[in-house]
Unconditional design. Structure first.
Length: 222
């Protein structure tokens, strides 16, 4: 069963205090002490994708699968192997978000059909791209990741792959709810911030390209 999220169900990621768009509200920035603790941990750096957040349940309700629904183009044009890009998985029994390796294992199990999100076939899902897993990074080391070319974001005019919306940074270990709220952070490219002029629902809908032949088992850094 698809459940498009209500406000507050998945933590709203805070912004890193670096890069474009820092003239917004201070309450959107990660707290200084939380940032310090985040940088002391093994962190996972993943591509932030520009879709509509959706949730699926799986394994008799034990798992909540959080995805970006990429059916429609928002600000970025995508060419993807499936409609839903998995970015987090929550274990409802143990009440924590899975760590990086466990999340990767579940994504593979979904693709094999061993774990079945309710109401959807296995080939509707793929994991977001993992750029890196690292320890003791400095704040200044994150912006270069914004220039990584996405596997899936493409230039509408040329069809060539381009950098995506941005990155998500969080501890690579398992996280309880409050820790995701504290440590989950994002950094968005200036071109994306400048390009947001209207809601995608107010203009003619344009489908992203969904091609199952693009799927690959590789989920490591690009």
């Amino acid at each position: 069963m698809t459940d498009f999220l209500k406000h507050g169900e998945y933590p709203k990621l805070k912004r890193l205090p670096i890069g474009p768009g820092l003239d917004g509200k201070k309450d959107t920035l990660i707290k200084e002490n939380h940032l310090r603790l985040l940088l002391e941990q093994d962190v996972l750096i993943e591509e932030k994708m520009d879709g509509r957040t959706a949730k699926f349940t799986a394994d008799n309700g034990r798992l909540s699968i959080f995805c970006e629904d990429l059916k429609w183009r928002h600000s970025i044009r995508y060419k993807v192997p499936a409609r839903f890009a998995i970015f987090d998985i929550f274990d409802n029994q143990r009440t924590y978000y899975l760590d990086a390796e466990a999340k990767e294992d579940i994504c593979k199990a979904i693709r094999r059909g061993d774990i079945k999100p309710e109401g959807m076939a296995p080939d509707n899902f793929f994991p977001v791209t993992r750029f890196a897993e690292a320890r003791h990074l400095t704040l200044e080391q994150f912006p270069p990741f914004l220039e990584r070319v996405s596997r899936y974001a493409v230039d509408p005019a040329t069809g060539k792959n381009i950098p995506g919306e941005g990155i998500v940074i969080k501890p690579a270990r398992l996280l309880v709810d409050i820790e995701m709220d504290m440590y989950g952070a994002k950094l968005v490219r200036k071109e994306f911030l400048d390009g947001i002029t209207d809601n995608y629902l107010r203009r003619p809908l344009e489908r992203n390209i969904i091609n199952p032949a693009l799927f690959t088992e590789e989920t490591g850094p690009v």
